[in-house]
Design a protein around this ligand. Sequence first.
Ligand code: PLP
Length: 366
Amino acid sequence: MTSVWELANAQLRDLAVYEPGKPIEETARELGVDPGTIIKLASNENPLGPSTRALQAMHSALKTAHLYPDGSGFYLRNAIAAKLEVTPENIILGNGSNEVIEFLGHAFLNAGDDVITCQYAFIVYKLLATAFGLRTIETPSPNFQQDLDATLDAITSKTRIIFIPNPNNPTGTLISQSAIDRFMSRVPDKMIVVFDEAYFEFLDDPPDTLRFIRDERNVIVLRTFSKIHGLAGLRIGYAIAPPEITQVLHKTRQPFNVNSVAQAGAIAALDDDAHLRETKRVIDEGRAYLQERFADMHLQFVPAAANFVMVNVGDGCGVFQELLQRKIIVRPLQGYGLPEWVRISVGTMQENEKLIAALREVIRAR
Ligand SMILES: Cc1ncc(COP(=O)(O)O)c(C=O)c1O
């Protein structure tokens, strides 16, 4: 009998499937415990949950769930554009910003092209390139810091897309405005530069990349409602780009790619400044607490800019398993070539304290 692998695209044979943070329900089933007792610090979600205003809006939106959503996302694109001081034509919505990453592949990648990103970059860029049968050039990240000079050096005649996660996941490191400006003054305009800013709203002094879009450079900025806005389960994100680019991207998307409940929730979440401020306060306080405790425990960590911290625990998979037994889910980083490390999302202070107590126990017993 013919194996389906003889029919499937050859590049899929070696493509590793994306491994998300372990879900609460799966962990609860395996441990035979109530899901409510599990602490998940594995996927950089908002520990406070969605804003109450978003919840109310989503509840109302359910009444029209029998109707297809507004495929163009008119009201949400207008709301985002007003907030960012760009035009609605600059915005395209995705089923999570991950979907926009896929649009980029359909829009710009062809056989033989190269994609560039940094070492330890968010893994989805490489998965995309591999799914399209393309090579990903990963430039070295000394001290885990993205190096845009190395990115410029890596450009080939076949480079189509450069992915710059800022801050990067899982390292949590940030590229400065001056490094971005120097990079943008040198990068050739015949390729697409993508700034992935999933964690933008957690930054105290965020770099401005929208200026390149106002200047009509070939730049795409990715943002999401999954992180500070607390809507990861709804799957909604967006890109900001010059209108010519969003027009191209629109051709690659399904007609109703973003559901109506997510659109309603996102419009309300965008405006809920109190929830955003409170989330940032909790994350700032929790991140400082985790980093201080890691220092006390003599654990090496990478000073972080977003809502997670990468810490060297010696044996990432082993410590992940032992924390799991204590009903805490973190993220081992073996898949990123960092077997000694785990990534820990900042939780509520109570969750952070439980994590630190459990981690102390695990490390002491080793
Ligand atoms: C850097 C980065 N980009 C994009 C995403 C994807 O986010 P979304 O939920 O919008 O697909 C993540 C999620 O972890 C991320 O860390």
